[in-house]
Design a protein around this ligand. Structure first.
Ligand SMILES: [Mg+2]
Length: 418
């Protein structure tokens, strides 16, 4: 048996934890640089805000309904996610973190065999300890747990937890085919064309026919809906093979100073992530380009790839390599919109000894990186940084309406009046 726990309107719920007066008010959260809507509270969904809507097109609606608009605050969301997952792990050791706000839980190891009661206790604990409301679906397979979770969300009167009953027909009829895990928008259109509208309709279909008309993935989905397990818990995430750090500039930039600082910042972030996952990179690609959509301005796209010998995760080595690769392809006279660093050929563990690096140098770099990471973890990202990442602040995001990073920054802790 599996459960799927999914936080309700996660980013909006995080905004509400430390600002309870936002409860029951419509809240939307914006993408980096305050561009588009990436999350909505239920109230905002009801008003009609859609994912991906550019916020400047919604001004009237925002005003009319007194909608709370927030810049994204990933320091807060990431930390709240960690707290939710930590609480879930107290209830079962078999947890697969599926996304920032979702986790699959294997239930077979639980002592209490009344899974629904136990999941209600877990839901209450998460709500009490973190302030985040979650919905939980329980079923014989991951696909059924997902379906029950969808049902729980759509049916608030059942209190946030739904289990697939012995006779599941009613629940299967209540879930439309497009809401089933693994059925995309394209497929749901195709299914509706052949008269399949709900999960119940889908289960009636012959798996062999589905395999022929769609493919084996669709067939597995149907088999899972019938209670046959095809997807198991994945607890050790596959090791990543590449790592990309890039972002659009808030406004176009024209100087090498600005572009080089952006590249150095992305190199810094990428190196941190590598060390965090105990990986080293062998190949580095650096790129920058003008807007891909503005056809009236002169366009230019530049990229260069170099080998890192020996493979490394040392910040200054990666910054140096990225800038050395980028400088020869730099061209004046363009308005650049985006820059980035792409690391490839990642591998685990200790890089091999190299002719090009003395053992003393290696130990020195390792020590510098541990100090750097310790300071930045304890005192906030970017407390210690390399001068190459700059002074022009070109990398600062436009985030005019970000809430405080309540749980990760000492100077932004919530204050309680006495
Ligand atoms: Mg969610």
């Amino acid at each position: 048996m599996y459960a799927l726990a999914d936080c309700n309107n996660f980013y909006a719920s995080c905004e509400r934890v430390f600002e309870p007066h936002l409860a029951r008010k419509p809240v939307v959260v914006l993408s980096n640089n305050d561009g588009c809507i990436i999350a909505r509270s239920q109230e905002a969904k009801d008003i009609g805000f859609k994912m991906g809507d550019p916020i400047f097109k919604c001004r009237d609606l925002v005003k009319q309904h007194n909608v709370i608009v927030r810049s994204s605050n990933f320091s807060l969301y990431g930390d709240m996610s960690r707290r939710v997952m930590q609480t879930i792990r107290l209830f079962s050791p078999d947890v697969e973190i599926y996304s920032i706000d979702e986790a699959f839980i294997k239930l077979d190891g639980l002592i209490d065999r009344n899974f629904e009661d136990e999941m209600r206790r877990m839901r209450a604990a998460v709500l009490q300890w973190t302030g985040i409301p979650i919905s939980i679906g329980i079923g014989k397979t991951k696909t059924l747990a997902k379906l029950a979770n969808h049902y729980a969300k759509k049916t608030p009167e059942i209190g946030g937890v739904a289990q697939i009953p012995k006779n599941a027909n009613e629940m299967l009829r209540a879930v439309e085919v497009g809401a089933i895990w693994g059925i995309g928008r394209q497929w749901s259109k195709k299914f509706r064309n052949i008269g399949v509208h709900t999960a119940f309709d889908l289960v009636q279909m012959e798996p062999a026919v589905i395999k022929k008309t769609f493919n084996i993935v669709a067939m597995k989905t149907v088999m899972e809906l019938r209670g046959c397990t095809y997807y198991r818990l994945e607890q050790t995430p596959e090791q990543r093979k590449t790592l990309l750090r890039s972002r659009s500039f808030a406004s176009p930039v024209t100087t090498w100073q600005e572009v080089s600082e952006a590249i150095a910042s992305h190199a810094t972030r990428a190196a941190e992530k590598l060390r965090n996952e105990e990986l080293v990179a062998s190949v580095l690609k650096v790129f920058f380009h003008t807007s891909l959509f503005n056809h009236r301005k002169p366009r230019h796209s530049a990229h260069a790839t170099i080998e890192l010998i020996p493979p490394t995760s040392t910040t200054h080595t990666i910054i140096k390599a990225a800038l050395a690769a980028a400088y020869p392809i730099w061209k004046e006279g363009f308005e650049y919109k985006r820059a980035g660093v792409y690391l490839l050929e990642l591998s685990k563990g200790q890089p091999q000894a190299s002719l090009f690096e003395s053992p003393e140098e290696k130990i020195r770099d390792k020590n510098i990186m541990s100090v750097l990471d310790a300071v930045n973890t304890n005192m906030g990202a970017g407390t210690l940084h390399f001068a190459a990442t700059g002074f022009t602040k070109v990398m600062q995001m436009r985030q005019l309406q970000r809430s405080p990073r309540y749980t990760t920054h000492w100077d932004e802790l919530p204050q309680v009046m006495s």
